[in-house]
Design a binder for this molecule. Structure first.
Ligand code: SF4
Length: 350
């Protein structure tokens, strides 16, 4: 197998034992990152590294198993149902927090949308669903339409959200002539269609991506973007500010900047919290008010935590953006900073 550091002979058994994610990159993305002028940063997104064998961590850092209420359906936060609709992606990100699922034949994928729709229909507090995986846009539009057959009749769903990196990896997927009718169905059912893109770096926003996003926006699709803060890829306020400014320019609202998770085989991508906060503040210093709409977030087992600042008292200040217990949302709390800490669990509880 070819790694960034060079070729290495490894057995299937070693690949499994080390949870090495399947290697696949679309031709489009390979050409995009080569021609972007940023190849030395973007290669780390998709090219395997020897570091994957030595990165400690977990395969379920956000408690996805514990929040699974039916196969393929997670219900962690009151208003949101998360559906795992596929275990495949257009290309595979080396830092994926769902590497336990993607590129494999996973039994965590929804086998039965009747059962999931029944669960959601019986809970009026669920106002939106997120189709994720894997990447929902590796499925055919006909297959997505079949999933929507189960979701659109649920009157208390206000929005249908698609989490996808296919806009970066295979933007021409969005030129499918069947897609406008699919989004039209969502609108006619009285719901909003939202695409959450996953651009980590301005070099990923291709001309084709921009053209397709503009076209989908004209069809009434809303766009948000989430990025992951990644060592060697985008741990630079100039790059992330440029990425978010470009998103804003083409009609995508920057939404979350995720702190990298301590994922087994991917924790070498984590950036210490001190540096992460310098970067988050640096991004904000470079953007106008309407562009700085992102939150710097740690998607932790206990909830989504906004990372606010490192105080003069050397404590990290945070607050729950999402939590299973609504009373905890918005409450500020702090932990002493430990040099090099990248995750809440790395910070002492005092
Ligand atoms: S596209 Fe998303 S789900 Fe697929 S490998 Fe990348 S981060 Fe993971």
């Amino acid at each position: 197998m070819n790694f960034i550091e060079g070729p290495r002979v490894i057995t299937e058994g070693e690949l499994h034992a080390n949870n090495i994610t399947r290697y696949h990159v679309t031709r489009f993305y390979r050409e995009q990152i080569t021609n972007s002028g940023y190849y030395d940063q973007l290669k780390y997104i998709v090219e395997p590294s020897f570091e994957e064998f030595d990165s400690p961590g977990d395969l379920d850092t956000s408690g996805e198993h514990d929040n699974t209420v039916a196969p393929g359906l997670q219900h962690k936060y009151t208003q949101t149902g998360l559906l795992l609709v596929t275990d495949r992606c257009a290309s595979y990100c080396r830092y994926c927090f769902r590497k336990r699922i993607v590129g494999r034949d996973s039994d965590e994928i929804a086998p039965d949308f009747v059962q999931l729709a029944q669960y959601i229909a019986g809970r009026p507090e669920i106002t939106n669903v997120l189709l994720s995986g894997g990447d929902p846009f590796v499925l055919s539009t006909a297959k997505l339409d079949k999933i929507l057959d189960h979701l659109l009749p649920i009157s208390h769903l206000h929005s249908i959200r698609f989490g996808t990196k296919a806009v970066a990896y295979e933007p021409r997927r969005f030129e499918d002539s069947a897609l406008p009718a699919m989004f039209q169905r969502i609108h006619e059912a009285g719901k909003t269609a939202v695409i959450v893109t996953h651009f980590d770096h301005i070099g990923e926003i291709s001309v084709d991506a921009e053209r397709n996003i503009r076209s989908l926006r004209a069809q009434g699709v809303q766009f948000l973007n989430q990025s992951v803060l990644l060592a060697k890829v985008n741990d630079d306020p100039e790059i992330l500010a440029a990425t978010f400014a470009k998103c804003h320019q083409i009609g995508i609202r920057p939404y979350y900047l995720f702190q990298g998770r301590p994922v087994k085989g991917a924790s070498h991508f984590q950036v210490p919290l001190r540096r992460g906060l310098e970067i988050a503040h640096g991004i904000n210093q470079r953007l106008s008010g309407i562009e700085k709409t992102f939150k710097y977030i740690m998607s932790h087992y206990t909830g989504k935590i906004e990372i606010l600042d490192l105080g003069a008292d050397d404590r990290v200040y945070m607050r729950y953006h999402q939590n299973k217990t609504p009373e905890k949302i918005g409450k500020i709390f702090s932990r002493p900073y430990l040099e090099g800490a990248c995750w809440l669990d790395d910070l002492p509880e005092r």
